[in-house]
Every structure is written in C-alpha cells, then in structure tokens.
Design a protein around this ligand. Structure first.
Ligand code: TZP
Ligand code: MG
Length: 210
C-alpha cells in the first residue's frame, strides 16, 4: 500500500460535501489514503463521521487515517492516526496501539523527523512544505531544501503537505517525497474525483511511471 496521493477531508473547504462524500470522490479518483480532519466536531460526532469514512475507504481498498484523535481512530477501526508536534507524543501512542496501527507525524525539519521515527512513527509529513491558506497556524513553507534534508534523514515514507497542487507536485516528488497530502487541490475542487485522478497521474509520472 503506497502513500502516493493522500487526501485530507475538510468541512470548510469541501464544497458543502460531507467527509464521507469527500472521501468517496477522493478514492474514486485514485487516492491511496484518506485522512479525516475536523477540528470542530465533538468526539462522538467525529466518530460518526469516521465510521462513514471507514466504510467508503474499506470498500475502495484505501488506507484511512484520523487526524489528532487516537481514541476515535481506534474506535472506528481506522488504519492509523496522524499526530502533530503538539498532539499525543508518538511514543505514548505507540505504547497503546496494535503493532500494525499506523502512526503518522507532522514534522518541520530533519531533527523532528528523526525523533518521530525513533519514537515509532511509520511515516512523516513535512508541514507545511509550502505556505497554505488551508491551515491558519501552519506558518511559513519549509521549502524543498528542508524536504531533501528530511528525505536524507529518515527511511520511512515521507509526505509533503501544504500548498501542493498540479503545478508543483512534480518537483515535490523529484525532491524525494513518496507522496503528497492535499486538501484544496482535491476536496476544494468542483470535480474532486477528476482532480484526484490528475494529481495521481502527475505523481506517478514524476516517479517515472511506476
Ligand atoms: N497541515 C499542514 S499544511 C495543511 C495541513 C492540514 C493544509 C494543507 O492544505 P492544502 O490546501 O493542500 O494546502
Ligand atoms: Mg494535530
């Protein structure tokens, strides 16, 4: 299971579609991973959304990751959880999850990536790779040189997240990312399935047409 195209759902950017509808369009377009991300929902409502996204992703054979909430991820039967630098420490999560449960971690530089992997991260995401309007507190883009440094520092799958779309996905992959995580480039588009399909094709092409 690869991480080529990792699509994040968003209630605000997702054109009025539910998380499950966004997930459905993403996997229709070939997304390999769907992350449910909603900072506003109460845990029980997030769990209901997670169960719906789990059904859609399972039917498509896509991975399902829940942002922030380990308890929701476990309860919904998700494949993993995505943790930021201020969330549950990776080692604490690793200590209580099944061995095949995926822990993804946002990192801002190579040192954070090394620490995340030593603590049990299965993949890391350089956040934000470019500046983005989709996350208010994302801060400035870290850039491709930092992406290359993280690539050199850790052996686990590396995602780039933030400000990525059709125009720059190729250079991101050529700089060493195994995949890209996007919100607006897919779920923000009217034809979200078509947008996912085009992004996936660009990623595969940048990898040399695997
Ligand atoms: N984490 C770091 S940047 C970001 C998140 C959730 C937002 C990515 O959104 P977009 O629209 O793909 O820039
Ligand atoms: Mg978080």
């Amino acid at each position: 299971m690869g991480y080529d195209l990792y699509v994040i759902t968003d209630a605000g950017i997702g054109r009025g579609r539910s998380h499950a509808e966004q997930a459905g369009l993403a996997v229709e377009g070939g997304a390999d991973v769907v992350q449910l991300r909603d900072k506003a929902l109460a845990p029980r409502d997030l769990l209901a959304a997670a169960r719906a996204v789990r059904a859609v992703t399972r039917a498509a054979g896509a991975l399902f990751i829940v942002n922030d909430h380990l308890e929701v991820a476990l309860s919904a039967g998700a494949d993993g959880v995505h943790l930021g630098q201020g969330d549950l420490p990776v080692a604490a999560a690793r200590a209580v999850v099944p061995s095949d449960f995926i822990l993804g971690v946002s990192v801002g530089n190579a040192a954070e990536a090394v620490l995340a992997v030593e603590s049990g991260a299965d993949y890391v995401a350089l956040s934000p790779t470019f500046s983005t309007g989709s996350k208010a507190d994302a801060g400035p883009g870290r850039g491709l040189d930092t992406l290359r440094a993280v690539r050199a520092a850790v052996p686990v799958p590396l995602l780039a997240i933030g400000g990525i779309g059709p125009a720059n996905v190729g250079e991101v992959v050529r700089a060493g990312a195994d995949g890209v995580a996007v919100i607006s480039a897919v779920v923000g588009q009217e034809d979200a399935a078509g947008a996912a399909r085009r992004m996936k094709a660009l990623i595969v092409a940048a990898k040399g047409g695997e």
